[in-house]
Design a protein. Structure first.
Length: 138
């Protein structure tokens, strides 16, 4: 069995964003040489997320509005975590959207369902964060 590991770094200039990272994951898969196996992609920060869904701007807008209703950023005083910080909402948004995804690799390709893409979700941006890509297989 072969393994491959790479860190992808992101420095999002806004507080929140959804970035399609599927092309980067495909490049990692090509670099790995693995044709059959699994790809793990996970956010290495507790205020960011990795998830799979459709690459459609309306959906991403809806996610942003929905998450802001569930865990609004303002007023920051509503959260106990925010003593000296202002990112409690980002922790909650990450919990909802998830930490990681696992995708099957078949014949050297990401084995997606229709419309599926991999996204990095940022909920407390304006600083560097990383995503781990780990690929195992043959």
């Amino acid at each position: 069995m072969k393994t491959y590991r790479k860190e992808l770094w992101f420095d999002i200039p806004t507080r929140r964003a959804f970035i399609n990272i599927t092309p980067e994951i495909r490049r990692c898969l090509d670099e790995s040489g693995i044709k059959e196996g699994l790809v793990l992609v996970n956010a290495m920060h507790i205020t960011a997320s990795v998830f799979i869904n459709d690459d459609e701007a309306g959906l991403h807008h809806d996610y942003d509005r929905w998450l802001e209703k569930l865990a609004p950023h303002e007023p920051v005083s509503q959260y106990r975590h925010n003593v000296g910080e202002d990112n409690a909402d980002a922790h909650m948004k990450r919990q909802i959207m998830g930490r990681e995804v696992v995708v099957a690799v078949t014949k050297g390709e990401l084995d997606f369902g229709t419309w599926e893409q991999i996204f990095y979700g940022e909920f407390d941006g304006k600083r560097k964060k990383r995503v781990l890509v780990k690929i195992i297989g043959e």
